[in-house]
Ligand binder design. Structure first.
Ligand SMILES: Nc1ncnc2c1ncn2[C@@H]1O[C@H](COP(=O)(O)OP(=O)(O)O)[C@@H](O)[C@H]1O
Ligand SMILES: [Mg+2]
Length: 377
């Protein structure tokens, strides 16, 4: 496995050494798989779903065939077929015993094979109608079903299948998944889509068909120790208090905490103080400004006003209350409701429950929140 540029990668997975905790989640996922059950994995964006799947696959790799597919870029069943074929062959050179068999099956589908210029990995492209795509996917899954090793397939950003022009792809997939014994699945995505649309609605085919798993933020103490340790391994000194400040500023949000630590690491010094991280944080916000102005461009005035209002409050429990609306000059409740809906649709804000079970709205982009200048934590 490759070594990351710093001990705090903000993209990708580089092995257990750079991965903090998630022991319970790993255990639970492993149990589900051993029991032949599929799992629906949900979390807010950028908390660590994809990294957790990679971490799991790292641990399964000797006993299982693992197939990871990010289906966000796919727009049809044909695209899905190509993703699946590519995912199956990319980890298995033709020389290996499994590779030989799998390449035979894929070749029978008359693919065009190209090689990615950067990674050198094969890309499979099969031209097929929706019906042909469906039956080819079934054929590939039937092939995996017959393998001596059990198979785990992760479909990351699973909600994307709802965008396919082919109707009822979920019903079709559900019926196949149900009949496979040697293949289990992990369906992963952001919770608002998956929960609301696919797995929690009794009228949908996937309703209650999988084990449900939601991941939250890392435990603060565990993450703090992990960060101190990683700096120490490179002879950099940082106190628990300073790490706590970093974790507060980034809201304990994995991606943002990693990003900030990554930058602090690169900034050079041996002793990391409050000043060190604040300097880096300020630089990041400066660099991100064009992104924030981009939000303004793409939103209507009421949406932009609401986004800023939520960002400045951190958590908003009653967005249509008189106090909130008048404090931020948001017009009337109907306008706010409309804007909430479209900001949710654009995945700029999310709805969550706090420890007491009260729903609130928060914004995804922690940096934007800091840029707007949050009032309370
Ligand atoms: N447990 C972890 N320990 C260390 N870094 C992590 C952990 N989980 C996620 N990350 C980092 O945070 C980034 C964002 O996580 P990711 O898995 O892409 O989130 P999601 O798939 O939920 O959007 C990852 O690229 C990875 O670098
Ligand atoms: Mg992801």
């Amino acid at each position: 496995m490759e070594t990351p540029r710093t001990p705090f990668p903000a993209t990708g997975y580089y092995g257990p050494k750079y991965f903090c905790d998630r022991k319970e989640e790993l255990d639970q996922l492993t149990k589900n798989i051993k029991g032949g059950n599929s799992t629906t994995l949900v979390a807010l964006r950028r908390l660590g779903k994809t990294a957790l799947i990679k971490h799991l696959f790292y641990h399964l790799r000797s006993k299982y065939l693992t197939i990871y597919m990010d289906i966000l870029p796919t727009e049809s069943l044909n695209n899905m077929l190509n993703r699946l074929s590519t995912a199956i062959v990319s980890g298995h050179p033709e020389k290996s015993a499994f590779g030989k068999k799998v390449w035979n099956v894929i070749r029978s589908l008359r693919p065009v094979i190209s090689y990615d210029a950067l990674s050198g990995l094969p890309q499979v492209s099969i031209k097929a109608t929706p019906d042909e795509s469906r039956s080819s996917i079934e054929e590939l899954l039937a092939f995996l079903e017959k393998q001596p090793k059990p198979v785990v397939i992760a479909l990351d950003e699973f909600q994307q299948i709802l965008e396919y022009p082919e109707k009822q792809t979920d019903a079709w997939l559900r019926s196949i998944v149900q009949n496979l014994n040697n293949v289990s699945f992990i369906f992963s995505g952001s919770q608002q889509h998956l929960v609301a649309d696919m797995f929690a609605n009794p009228e949908r085919p996937f309703f209650r068909s999988t084990q449900f798993m939601k991941i939250g933020k890392l435990d603060e103490g565990t993450y703090r120790d992990f960060i101190i340790e990683k700096f120490k391994e490179h002879s950099k000194d940082i106190s628990g208090e300073v790490v706590t400040e970093i974790l507060r500023w980034t809201d304990l949000y994995t991606y943002y905490a990693q990003l900030l630590c990554n930058r602090i690491f690169l900034s050079g010094g041996k002793l990391i103080t409050s000043e060190t991280w604040k300097d880096e944080a300020a630089k990041i916000l400066k660099e991100q400004e064009f992104v924030f102005f981009g939000y303004r461009e793409m939103l209507t005035k009421p949406q932009w006003a609401l986004l800023k209002a939520i960002a400045s409050e951190g958590k908003v429990f009653q967005p249509t209350s008189y106090d909130f609306i008048s404090e931020h000059s948001l017009g009337n409740p109907a306008t706010v409701l409309r804007s909430l809906k479209s900001l949710m649709g654009k995945e700029m804000i999310y709805r969550e429950k706090d420890a007491e079970g009260n729903s609130y709205y928060g914004i995804y982009d922690v940096l934007f929140g800091r840029w707007v200048g949050r009032k309370r934590d």
